[in-house]
Design a protein around this ligand. Structure first.
Ligand code: ZN
Length: 258
């Protein structure tokens, strides 16, 4: 096989023929310099004719050329680690956000349940309060009605005994059921004295009262506040007296008449 040899004395190139893996002693055809050329195994297997650099010292064999680029083992690059780290971070971040959202969602649900409970409680309380108020009002109303009925009965009884009984002296006893103010109004200056004044105040204004009819038709009803209506009806003629009642020291008294 032919090889190209470069003379290390004059630098010129020339061809030699040699077997593989052998050492050739030759002479440069240009400067007659003696050369010892080692043919490496690798060179023989190659098809091209490689230039062979000659050593200065014939004992020093030439070595095969180093491959210009040796395949360097692929190092675990920092880029890969960064990527892995980044992915782990992203996964952690997503998981964290997910967990946070989940917790927030649960918290919100719990809060909603609590608020709903409070709303219901408030609602129930208000219903209870309204019911209680209605009950109290009903009790008060019942008491008021009972009191008004009692006063109606009192006025009716007063009329039967003190006005429509036909006892014209009765007013002397029954004056005690009038307040001082009312007594002055009935028997005061400019008014009739005795029974006349009494009848003027409580009667139906006629000089010929039909007491039996008046008693039969007597009706006392509550008007408003402390005022009550007394119906005095005879022979198709009806008159109303308005009586105001006052409670003094637990006693029911007549305070005003219209
Ligand atoms: Zn030479």
């Amino acid at each position: 096989m032919e090889y190209q040899v470069t003379c290390n004395e004059c630098g010129k190139k020339f061809q030699i023929t040699a077997d593989s893996d052998s050492t050739i002693n030759c002479t440069c055809p240009y400067c007659s310099h003696a050369l010892s050329v080692v043919i490496p195994r690798a060179m023989i297997q190659g098809t091209a004719v490689p230039p062979i650099q000659q050593p200065i010292n014939p004992q020093q064999p030439i070595t095969s050329q180093q491959p210009t680029s040796s395949p360097t083992p692929q190092q675990p690059t920092s880029t890969n680690w960064t990527k892995v780290l980044l992915i782990v971070l992203i996964v952690l971040l997503v998981a964290g956000i997910g967990a946070f959202a989940f917790i927030q969602c649960n918290r919100q649900k719990e809060q909603n349940v609590q608020e709903e409970l409070i709303r219901q409680q408030v609602h129930n309380d208000s219903i209870m309060r309204v019911r209680k108020e209605l009950e109290n009002k009903a009790v008060v109303d019942a008491q008021t009605q009972q009191r008004q009925r009692a006063i109606c009965t009192f006025i009716e009884s007063f009329y039967r005994k003190a006005v429509l009984s036909g006892n014209t002296d009765g007013y002397e006893f029954y004056q005690r059921y009038l307040t001082d103010y009312c007594a002055k109004m009935v028997f005061g200056p400019g008014t009739n004295e005795g029974w006349e004044g009494w009848w003027d105040a409580f009667g139906n204004g006629t000089d010929e009262p039909n007491l039996k009819r008046l008693l039969n038709n007597l009706r006392v009803t509550h008007d408003q506040g402390d005022w009550y209506n007394v119906r005095l009806s005879q022979n198709g003629q009806t008159k109303f007296r308005k009586i105001k009642v006052k409670i003094e020291d637990g006693h029911t008294l007549i305070d005003d008449i219209k």
